[in-house]
Design a protein around this ligand. Structure first.
Ligand code: UGA
Length: 435
């Protein structure tokens, strides 16, 4: 299959590289000259484990290339995926579809033969209809079908998620799109990944409903964690105890500082807006958004409480800045609100993150970035684990404590246990567990 991927951001680049690895011919298109130049020179603009090797292998095999020219490759493609960004629109919380619509216009002008145009970006219900309308209006002679094929990959595990998905969802209105879409995913049929064909609008909603449900699951366990602290129960045992019930499932029940990232915050908000617009409010998701928003600053108050209610003039070491491990992505990271709230309360911040410090710099004011977790802890009144990088899971706690001003660890990801930390002479505060 000849595939064109419009947009070489996270989803576009990972999907493009994985499709090429399946044996398809893939051209990734992006408007950003600098990004395309970097990719052509063998550089990868994002941090994602395994992606550099996958890209290099498929470029060398002649199956994957990068360009700023959209028209040439689209004219020869069997399937064109739109994988551009859909950020939150300023002011009203809706998804900003200007990049999707722009791509649709450019694709329309370049179509030469029957082509399936697929939205892979997360797009609100009805976007497929609009893309179809735009293409028809721009190029009345175009022969095409518009499909929806949302992506469910997680940052940090993107390649594995793409190649071994729990399911693939494809929404079509025109039967001519079925066979090309089956051909695109044929290698996964062999892996027995279920491919579900449905209507376009249903497919678009599945993506939002899935992310909203997961965000709600995390928020549920976070609130249960707060209750655990009040009643002297252990949230990790509660998670295990409920998660062993197959109807609930054990995943995404890890209590922490609240969800962040480029997807859950944006998608929950957009879904809430869509539901309100259709006079069919999703009250559970409205509450999820509100509870998660307040949680981040509440985590800062937890740190202040651990330091006897006063952090003025004290140094706090933050371990982990990115919204989760194995990424350099800082978007909506809980660390941002936590650090701001601690600074507002008068604390000085030293921070260390294995990959996120470069992206963090322009987002956070007045933070001292350090070369290691130990360096961050130097002179600190408390060490706060915000992101569960593997590098923080087996710290030499004696060494950490040695240079601290007061021996306090606040573990917002529950990666240690109290006995272990207290043995090293540190006070230990975690989330939803007896301290
Ligand atoms: C999420 C979904 O998991 C993917 O299926 C989806 O494709 C993607 O959004 C998207 O729409 O593109 P991602 O944002 O990369 O993926 O990261 P997750 O692993 O889902 O984590 C999101 C946030 O939830 C992180 O801040 C993480 O720390 C938090 N989280 C996750 C918890 O606090 N507890 C958990 O048990 C799980």
């Amino acid at each position: 299959m000849r595939i064109v991927m419009i947009g070489s951001g996270y989803v576009g680049l990972v999907s493009g590289a994985c499709f090429a690895d399946f044996g398809h011919d893939v051209v990734c298109v992006d408007k950003d000259d600098a990004k395309v130049g970097k990719l052509q020179a063998g550089g990868i603009p994002i941090y994602e484990p395994g992606l550099d090797a996958l890209v290099a292998k498929n470029v060398a095999a002649g199956r994957l290339s990068f360009t700023t020219d959209l028209a040439g490759p689209v004219g020869e493609a069997d399937v064109v995926f739109i994988g551009v960004g859909t950020p939150t629109r300023r002011g009203d919380g809706h998804a900003d579809l200007s990049y999707v619509h722009g791509a649709a216009r450019e694709i329309a002008a370049a179509l030469k033969r029957f082509t399936v145009v697929v939205t892979k970006s997360t797009v609100p219900v009805g976007t497929g209809d609009e893309v179809e309308r735009i293409i028809r209006e721009t190029n009345p002679d175009a022969d095409f079908a518009v499909a929806s094929n949302p992506e469910f990959l997680r940052e940090g595990a993107a390649i594995e998620d793409f190649k071994r998905p729990d399911r693939i969802v494809v929404g079509i209105e025109d039967e001519r799109a079925r066979e090309p879409m089956e051909a695109v995913y044929r290698p996964l049929y062999l892996n027995k990944s279920p491919v579900m064909f449905t209507s376009r609008r249903t497919s678009e909603l599945i993506k939002y409903a899935a992310n909203a449900f997961l965000a709600m699951k995390i928020t549920f366990i976070n609130e249960v964690a707060d209750l655990c602290e009040k009643v002297g129960a252990d949230v990790q045992e509660v998670s295990r105890g409920i998660g062993l019930d197959n109807r609930i499932g054990g995943k995404f029940l890890h209590a922490g500082p609240g969800y962040g990232g480029s997807c859950f915050p944006k998608d929950t908000l957009a879904l809430v807006k869509t539901a309100q617009d259709h006079d069919s409010p999703l009250r559970l998701i409205e509450t999820t958004v509100a509870v998660n928003d307040t949680r981040k600053r509440a985590m800062a108050r937890k740190v202040v409480a651990a330091l006897d209610g006063d952090v003025r003039g004290k140094t706090v070491a933050i371990l982990g800045l990115t919204f989760k491990p194995n990424t350099d992505d800082m978007r909506e990271a809980p660390s941002i609100s936590i650090i701001q709230a601690l600074q507002d309360a008068g604390a000085t911040i030293r921070a260390y993150d294995p990959e996120g410090m470069e992206a963090a710099r322009p987002m956070l004011g007045d933070v001292t970035y350090t070369r290691s977790a130990y360096d961050a802890a130097d002179g600190a009144a408390a060490v706060v684990i915000v992101t569960e990088w593997d590098a923080f899971r087996a710290l030499d706690l004696h060494r950490l404590k040695a240079t601290m001003e007061s021996p306090v660890m606040v573990d917002l990801r529950n990666i240690y246990n109290a006995a272990q930390v207290e043995r090293a002479g540190l006070r230990y505060i975690s989330v939803g567990r007896p301290s």
